[in-house]
Design a protein around this ligand. Structure first.
Ligand code: OAD
Ligand code: ZN
Length: 238
């Protein structure tokens, strides 16, 4: 453990659960009472864009009512601690919330997009916005009406930054997965990528994930308690 310099942390909905954002799979396949097909697929958007826009508007509005928890804050502390020692923490998150940023971390890769980012399907430009979007909304870049969609990766679409993520895994000494069920690929396969490259691997989750057996070590418990303890351990060991 003493040689650990670069760490890649993959996070999922479980790290935001204690902030009050519901996870996906503990709600029986429903996301805030909608099926994944309805609100998280290109087909769902084509069938009922108004419903999908409204759904993400509600998720976006929820962000101002939640706060980062001890796990997000501990990862920011780890980032600063590794940087002081010439190392690097890369947070690869499947979450579309902004709690890692608000917890103070800087090096964050949103592989499934962000609630605070919008994507215009006419000019293809992306822009940050905390506003609600409807079929009457205008793209601030090209002024088209009703063609701005959430910049969220839906099922059947390619996650973002996959090459960058694999390069960071290649350069890391330790790969850690926090608060993810390990049910959605390619994120769920990163532990295998890390193992294939001979990296150390650790899982921190409330319960064993689907790929739990692939990790060298699995620590079970709440992220808000387990992550700060693990960070102190790592920083104390360096
Ligand atoms: P899931 O809802 O599938 O899994 C959340 C995991 O977090 C579960 O294994 C829980 O046991 C665990 N968990 C819950 N509370 C926790 C806590 N307080 N501390 C630690 N762990 C806790 O969420 P993800 O794995 O993030 O994709 O789901 C992956 C992707 O599937 C999401 O990014 C989303 C979804 O459909 C897209 O939207 C594209
Ligand atoms: Zn546009």
């Amino acid at each position: 453990m003493s040689k650990i310099k670069n760490i890649v942390v993959l996070t999922g909905a479980g790290i935001s659960a204690e902030s009050g954002i519901r996870t996906f799979r503990d709600t029986g396949g429903l996301w805030e009472d909608h099926s994944i097909e309805e609100v998280a697929t290109p087909q769902g958007y084509a069938d009922n864009p108004e419903l999908v826009l409204g759904f993400y508007n509600a998720r976006r509005a929820q962000l101002s009512k939640v706060e980062p928890n001890a796990a997000h804050i501990a990862l920011a502390k780890l980032e600063a601690g590794l940087m002081e020692r010439g190392g690097l923490l890369t947070i690869v998150t499947q979450n579309v919330d902004d709690l890692h940023e608000r917890g103070g971390a800087k090096n964050i890769i949103h592989m499934h997009g962000e609630l605070l980012s919008q994507w215009c399907r006419v000019c293809d430009r992306k822009f940050k916005s905390a506003e609600a979007f409807t079929l009457q909304s205008q793209c601030p870049k090209c002024e088209s009406i009703g063609k701005v969609r959430p910049d969220i990766v839906w099922f059947g679409e390619m996650p973002y930054f996959m090459d960058t993520i694999e390069a960071h895994i290649q350069n890391c000494d330790l790969f850690v997965s926090i608060g993810t069920s390990g049910a959605v690929y390619p994120a769920a396969g990163y532990v295998q990528v890390a193992r294939g490259l001979g990296k150390q691997t650790l899982e921190i989750n409330l319960e064993p994930s689907e790929g739990s057996y692939l990790f060298h070590e699995s620590r079970l418990g709440k992220a808000g308690e387990m992550v700060p303890a693990w960070v102190d351990e790592i920083l104390g060991l360096l």
